[in-house]
Design a protein around this ligand. Sequence first.
Ligand SMILES: NC(=O)c1ccc[n+]([C@@H]2O[C@H](COP(=O)([O-])OP(=O)(O)OC[C@H]3O[C@@H](n4cnc5c(N)ncnc54)[C@H](OP(=O)(O)O)[C@@H]3O)[C@@H](O)[C@H]2O)c1
Length: 292
Amino acid sequence: MKNSTSLLGNKNKFLVFGCGYSGSFFAKTVRQFGCNALTSSRSKHKDPYNFVFNSEKSIVPDEKIFKGVTHILSCIPPDKNGYDPVLKSLKSKLQSLSLEWVGYLSTTGVYGNTEGDWVSEIDEPKPLQKRSQKRLNCEKEWITSGLPVQIFRLPGIYGPGRSTFEAIRNKKIKVILKKNQVFSRIHVADITNAIIYLLQNKHNLKFHQIINIADDEPCSQIDVIQYCYELLGLKMPKPIFFDDAKNELSPIAKSFWMENRRVSNKLLCKNLGYKLIYNNYRAGLKNCFLNT
Ligand SMILES: NC(=O)c1ccc[n+]([C@@H]2O[C@H](COP(=O)([O-])OP(=O)(O)OC[C@H]3O[C@@H](n4cnc5c(N)ncnc54)[C@H](OP(=O)(O)O)[C@@H]3O)[C@@H](O)[C@H]2O)c1
């Protein structure tokens, strides 16, 4: 067995397209391994590691940004026409590089509504929402690009600075009760660590092109909100039934309640052996509570 930690280090240069919540967490972490990691945003930043990429304005990175790149991670959602922003602007550029690995952050929305049943990577995607159909289209674009791509399907992402605590503090919380409705979720640190685990063990593990990264415990939104109130030492407001609340929800918020599924992490956590840092919302929210 090869020394796994030798697979990530100062010989690796990552370009992280989309330096939002997950992308910036990933870049910060791989830098701790000694990797060079540059990140993109749509407008100029003070951050010395940042470069500008904006597919809507046809702004592409300078040639020098691509020099020595070994790994790419794209964290950018589909554009309004359902195309992948990175591939639309840079496909032939990426194909001309000697890339070892390309990662793409997708969503478990591509599975559609399973009425609470478990879904795994072998289930055929049946996207219900237009945005999930666009996402599936982007996945297909990446798969047919010929690049060494691995797709990570993610449920709701949370972590310090982006969790139910912010909604409670900003008084934007809506405590909605819909019987038998569950959501899956993932802590941002587990997205990064799972990807790093797969990269470090690349030579020991079977390659899977599509992998779900989700925690062990899909559950109702009320359980999550209730737990946050408990940690804050506050009383949760009385829940409103979904049927009474739905007309006041934004179309996007309402669309999330139209899908009910449990996302399986068996491939990642059992078959491939990744150990979650935050295996359920209680562990993850404690971390958010202590870090926000
Ligand atoms: N949030 C969730 O719960 C969730 C769940 C499942 C999957 N996902 C998907 O997982 C990925 C990462 O999620 P996230 O929440 O960490 O993302 P995020 O914080 O929303 O960041 C998205 C990034 O994409 C960049 N971007 C958007 N459109 C672009 C364009 N046309 N050209 C260039 N850059 C563009 C943004 O640039 P700026 O920095 O300039 O804004 C930003 O850096 C996304 O694809 C997201 O849709 C999210």
